[in-house]
Ligand binder design. Structure first.
Ligand code: GLU
Length: 481
């Protein structure tokens, strides 16, 4: 059989870029012959063109669902709605899903979908009809299914689209008791899970928390201390960028000194009010004229501003060979998928930047998707059976302490705040956050260990790919492939 040619060392397409990054890591692993290629290539990409009668005529749409690796099933990954959607992009994103899930140890293969559409060009009813039709096309080919392929939100989609998909799937498979597990990112009350909407942004925050627990990582970036007071630039105030910026500024004392959006960037050295900026963006469609901030018409220039941490949270390929050398931030956290091209990455590495790579930094979304999928299959909310039992046991302890104090005249009194917090049994959101934090901490530690143990590993990205690829290779070997 002809072997599939290795990717050219071009810095051209997004897929080539991901393959090149994978290639760096694979050469450092001692993989059996042929396995590297098996893991690298995308297994299949389905292209569908379907018509929907809208506005008095049949409108044709092009959609994709790519399956990169089925070493675990179901395969997992979002569906994006954007005019820029194309096969190369969907395949690159599917590959990233494979590596991301493997790195954070989720039992999923990687997949991704896309519909070439401008979601703002259609009203809600029209989008619903288009989405339901797309779901029908995917379902016919088992490209949406609780056991085989589980989509989720991505750029241009959210819980509304996921609810339409779940409902469309249910109508096609009325006897499937697990039908709700066919997509994740659904609304609460429709099989969704608390904490999913903000999960990717929360994951970015937890990634930074963990990075700052490692003085050697902080030192590699030439930084010191904690997150408090760190000056951060965020590109993109969509779901991921918004939540990351909000949590970092309101909970960790970091300062978001600039935010870049489609129409330009706003800068405020005192730190931007992220909730107010988001409200301004939603109301006006841009960041221009945000009170108290300086406006830069050149949004791309914001990436090159002086700051401690740069968080690209929008599109792919925004850091490339043309601008990488001008990036001043010593630490870059890739909240978006593929924001750095392979060529840009090489320059960042040469300049000693500390990059927290996409396959790790934005894994929070799919991690909480995993919790949602498990919840759907279990048909019960997390914490339902234990919560009150936990509260009762805590109450027992508090009462005993208070009795002891009274009996022995110890004069102890527990503060009201402590008592209230200690007595509260964990609800779903608390458990989701705990699980996400645990997974983010664990994966970071594994990457750091790989880097510390092998001097050939130049950066966290290579380490992340190595952890992921090793894990996938082991699964293939166990499968006898
Ligand atoms: N679209 C998100 C990502 O790129 C989430 C995928 C999922 O939850 O399956 O990671």
């Amino acid at each position: 059989m002809d072997s599939i040619p290795a990717p050219p060392p071009a810095h051209g397409s997004f897929r080539q870029s991901v393959e090149e990054m994978f290639g760096h890591a694979a050469t450092l692993l001692d993989l059996p012959p042929g396995l590297e290629e098996k893991i690298r290539v995308c297994n299949s990409t389905y292209t569908v063109r379907f018509g929907v009668r809208l506005r008095g005529r049949i409108q044709t749409f092009v959609g994709y669902r790519s399956v990169h690796s089925e070493h675990h099933e179901p395969v997992k990954g979002g569906i994006r709605y954007a005019m820029s959607v194309n096969q190369d992009e969907v395949e690159a994103l599917a590959a990233l899903m494979t590596y991301k899930c493997a790195l954070v140890e989720l039992p999923f293969g990687g997949s991704k979908g896309g519909l070439r559409i401008d979601p703002r060009a259609w009203n809600e009813d029209e989008l619903e009809r288009i989405t339901r039709r797309f779901t029908y096309e995917l379902s016919r080919r088992h490209l949406i299914s609780p056991s085989q392929n589980v989509p989720a939100p991505d750029m241009g989609t959210g819980e509304r689209e996921m609810a339409w998909m779940a409902d469309a799937y249910k109508r096609l498979h009325p006897a499937d008791i697990d039908s709700r597990a066919c997509v994740t990112g659904k609304p609460i009350g429709f099989g969704g899970i608390h904490g999913r909407t903000e999960a990717t942004g929360r994951g970015v925050q937890y990634a930074l928390h963990e990075a700052f627990r490692h003085p050697e990582a902080v030192a590699r970036a030439g930084l010191s201390g904690g997150l408090e007071g760190k000056r951060i630039v965020v590109q993109g105030l969509g779901n991921v960028g918004y939540h990351a910026a909000l949590f970092l500024s309101t909970e960790d004392g970091a300062k978001i000194v600039a935010v870049a959006e489609r129409d330009g960037a706003v800068v405020d050295e005192a730190g931007l009010d992220i909730a107010a900026l988001k409200a301004h963006l939603s109301a006006s469609g841009g960041v221009r004229d945000f009170p108290g901030a300086q406006f830069l018409a050149d949004a791309d220039a914001a990436l090159e501003l002086d700051c401690d941490i740069l968080i690209p949270a929008a599109m792919e390929a925004v850091i490339h060979e043309g601008n990488a050398a001008r990036i001043k931030a010593p630490m870059i956290v890739e909240a978006a998928n593929g924001p750095t091209t392979a060529a840009g990455d090489k320059i960042l590495r040469e300049q000693g930047k500390f990059v927290i790579p996409d396959l790790y930094a934005n894994a929070g979304g799919v991690t909480v998707s995993y919790f949602e999928w498990v919840k759907n299959l279990g048909h019960m909310d997390f914490g339902r059976m234990e919560r009150r039992r936990e509260e009762a046991r805590h109450r027992l302890l508090i009462e005993e302490l208070e009795r002891l104090s009274a009996d022995q005249n110890l004069g102890w009194s527990l503060s009201a705040g402590f008592k209230q917090q200690y007595l509260m049994g964990a609800d779903e959101l608390t458990l989701v956050r705990s699980g996400l934090d645990d997974i983010m901490r664990g994966a970071f530690q594994q990457m750091m260990t790989v880097m510390a143990d092998d001097s050939r590993v130049p950066d966290l990205r290579t380490a992340g790919y190595m952890v992921a690829v090793r894990r996938i290779a082991r699964t293939y070997e166990a499968l006898g492939l």
